[in-house]
Ligand binder design. Structure first.
Ligand SMILES: [Zn+2]
Ligand SMILES: [Zn+2]
Length: 200
């Protein structure tokens, strides 16, 4: 099999080959890599991925599909996933507390290792403790869900702000200062000046 053959990998099928006009159903980030595991080291497949992931984590509001290019490369030990993906999440602004959407870009480089021999079906000596999010399961399915979920969290800002110059809330009356300026802000709050004012 030629390594640049872009053939469809059956995985119930989240992925369609690049340059293809056929549309396939999105049913998960699970990709069957049986054919690639049988290919020689260096064999690669590239795909365009477009996948609904709104239920990827209960603490995330994902409002756009996970989308981008994905390369699967046969390595000596398994399959290297190299992906440039993006999605859009809804966050709450840490200053004004209003929801806003933010594009999240993910660069994923992750090597997955098989748990069974693709030719014989024999279990490979993967210790139970080593089976994790980057283990290819016994059906030769590589599941990108956990890797993608973690990458999204890593890409989120610690203190998200809706705009760089978000004015936030008035600490006195709670008014959203992006919408309207309240009286509290225009008054001076310096206590020393307040003392002087009372003396006058
Ligand atoms: Zn804000
Ligand atoms: Zn105020």
């Amino acid at each position: 099999m030629s390594t640049d053959t872009v053939d469809r990998i059956r995985a119930n099928e989240t992925i369609r080959p690049m340059n293809s006009t056929t549309t396939t159903r999105n049913t998960g980030l699970r990709i069957n890599v049986a054919q690639l595991l049988k290919a020689p080291t260096g064999a690669a497949r590239r795909f365009h991925l477009s996948e609904e992931i709104e239920d990827i984590d209960k603490d995330l509001r994902v409002v756009a599909p996970l989308e981008g290019t994905l390369a699967l490369i046969r390595t000596a030990d398994g399959v290297l996933v190299s992906a440039s993906l993006e999605t859009v999440v809804e966050l709450e602004c840490s200053r004004c507390l209003e929801p806003f959407t933010m594009k999240v870009e993910l660069e994923i480089e992750e090597e997955f290792e098989p748990s069974v021999d693709v030719h014989t079906g024999a279990k490979l000596p993967v210790l139970a403790t080593e089976v994790d999010a980057t283990t290819v399961d016994e059906h030769h399915v590589l599941d990108l869900t956990e890797v993608a979920r973690q990458s999204i969290f890593l890409a989120l800002p610690l203190n998200p702000v809706c705009t760089r110059d978000c004015a936030g809330l008035c600490p006195v009356c709670g008014q959203n200062l992006n919408q309207r300026v309240c009286q509290c802000v225009t008054e001076t709050t310096d206590p020393r000046l307040e003392v002087l004012r009372q003396l006058l």
